[in-house]
Design a binder for this molecule. Structure first.
Ligand SMILES: NC(=O)c1ccc[n+]([C@@H]2O[C@H](COP(=O)([O-])OP(=O)(O)OC[C@H]3O[C@@H](n4cnc5c(N)ncnc54)[C@H](O)[C@@H]3O)[C@@H](O)[C@H]2O)c1
Length: 434
């Protein structure tokens, strides 16, 4: 049995800061406030709903995860954030249109009290948005200092003991890492020189890490996976994780694909298309922003199916992903998947999946879990990339030299075994002896 980690207790208030107060962030706030008031259950959240088996099956120990590891309580959470468009969470939730007016009504005063701070925003990275509540400064360095001051002001005003930051802002235009991303020194010089390769989300992650705050990246653009940020997270001893919340179609993909592979069924193609009409869909209508998303979505099948190990089954797959902006659908995305598989003697079969999902309803519990787990990791003295949180990501950040794990069942085992180890319990392997 492993020695348990020395984990500081979750006393006092936890501030959860979200750059971006759009559909996902406001659905998170509303759901937590509703759960706190006993109005609705936090469905979809492992930290609130899941049990975890400890020891042998025969022992019958199966506590709730939140009773097994010392997590912050929902009652101790306070929300804050930045947005270039909406001024408070109630207004933003109404714009997003995910949570219905009747469900917002009992929460409206608290939602209105969550004010959005003016954002570090640059339309060059999100062409389809016209931000007006935007910080100005002489340089990107100056903007970073303003964010650091916002964080400190928020901490004092809300009497927070600890804070975490989860990016819930729009997906930024695709970019490759540049020279300014190669080290902390180069990045800081780039901030001061207004390097055009530095995007707003990178300024947020820099401000968070410099403030000693754990950071999760909900969008597919680069941030915590840049060499300078990996270095900074280690130097400041802060845990980070990313990227791109695994919801909707990719969630279904990473549930189904491991099953086909487990049964050694072949695959010839997977065609995925979506219609969605929220602001995220509008942003992703721009090819540069969609490219960030496409790169994140396409990696999934290859790593699960291992075509190099199984060339006869998975060596020739056409994988196509499309997202179409269609305003009437709002946040209620519709996804269609056509999966061409083959079986015994090569006979082809087709599977059609039509998922009428609600993106932000699927994403909100992930934000809560990530915030609570990052806070736990921080109190447990963990820092740098938290690979055990790959469960939550479309495009998990892997350790150097290894491929990211996409199979949701392996990811779940890794998450739970990590928690078991931290608490000094044996991992569960599901071998006959267990
Ligand atoms: N909903 C999902 O299932 C899901 C899944 C994976 C990833 N994501 C990602 O999560 C993010 C949020 O999604 P959403 O549906 O809430 O989108 P949204 O468009 O409703 O909200 C994004 C918000 O971010 C704000 N914003 C843009 N740039 C900003 C900046 N520089 N600083 C602060 N705020 C900024 C926008 O004004 C907007 O209010 C997007 O990047 C999306 O791609 C969402």
């Amino acid at each position: 049995m492993a020695e348990p980690l020395d984990i500081a207790p979750a006393t006092g208030r936890l501030g959860i800061l979200t750059p971006g107060m759009g559909a996902v962030a406001t659905t998170l706030y509303a759901g937590v406030l509703a759960a706190r008031a006993g109005i609705s259950a936090p469905i979809g959240s492992l930290t609130q709903m899941a049990h975890i088996r400890i020891g042998d099956r025969a022992e019958g120990r199966n506590p709730m995860l939140k009773d097994f590891v010392p997590l912050a309580s929902l009652d101790d959470i306070v929300f804050g954030g930045w947005d270039p468009i909406s001024s408070n969470a109630l207004e933003a939730a109404r714009t997003a249109g995910v949570v219905e007016e009747s469900d917002l009504a009992p929460l409206s005063a608290e939602m209105e009290g969550i004010a959005a701070m003016p954002a570090v925003f640059d339309q060059r990275w999100v062409r389809n948005l016209n931000g007006t509540r935007v910080k100005t400064g002489e340089s990107k360095w100056d903007l970073a200092q303003q964010l650091i001051a916002d964080i400190e002001d928020f901490r004092i005003a809300n009497n927070c003991d600890r804070m975490v930051m989860v990016w819930c802002g729009s997906t930024e235009a695709y970019q490759e890492p540049a020279a300014c991303h190669q080290s902390i020194e180069a990045f800081e010089a780039g901030l001061k020189a207004n390097d055009e390769n530095i995007s707003p989300s990178e300024i947020y992650v820099y401000a968070a890490l410099q403030s000693g705050i754990p950071y999760a990246n909900g969008a597919p653009n680069l941030t915590t996976d840049l060499p300078c940020m990996e270095e900074l997270a280690i130097e400041r001893k802060v845990p980070v994780t990313g990227k791109d919340f695994k919801t909707g179609q990719t969630l279904i993909k990473t549930i189904l694909a491991p099953g086909f592979k487990a049964r050694m069924l072949g695959m010839r193609g997977w065609y995925s298309t979506n219609i969605l009409g929220n602001r995220d869909g509008e942003v992703l209508d721009d090819p540069e922003n969609f490219k960030s998303k496409e790169v994140s979505k396409l990696g999934v099948i290859d790593t699960i199916l291992q075509p190099d190990v199984y060339p006869d089954l998975y060596g020739n797959i056409d994988h196509v992903v499309r997202i179409n902006y269609y305003p009437p659908r709002g946040d209620n995305k519709e996804g269609w998947d056509n999966i061409d598989i083959f079986g015994w003697m090569g006979y082809p079969m087709q599977i059609k999946v039509n998922f009428l999902c609600r993106d932000s309803i699927l994403a909100a519990p992930l934000v809560l879990d990530l915030a609570l787990f990052l806070d736990l990791a921080h109190r447990a003295g963990q820092y740098g990339n938290q690979e055990w949180l790959s469960f939550y990501w479309k495009s998990p950040q892997a350790s150097p030299g290894v491929a990211a794990e996409h199979d949701i069942f392996i990811q779940q085992t890794k998450l739970k075994n990590t928690l078991r180890e931290w608490m000094g319990e044996d991992p569960v392997t599901h071998s006959e002896a267990d």
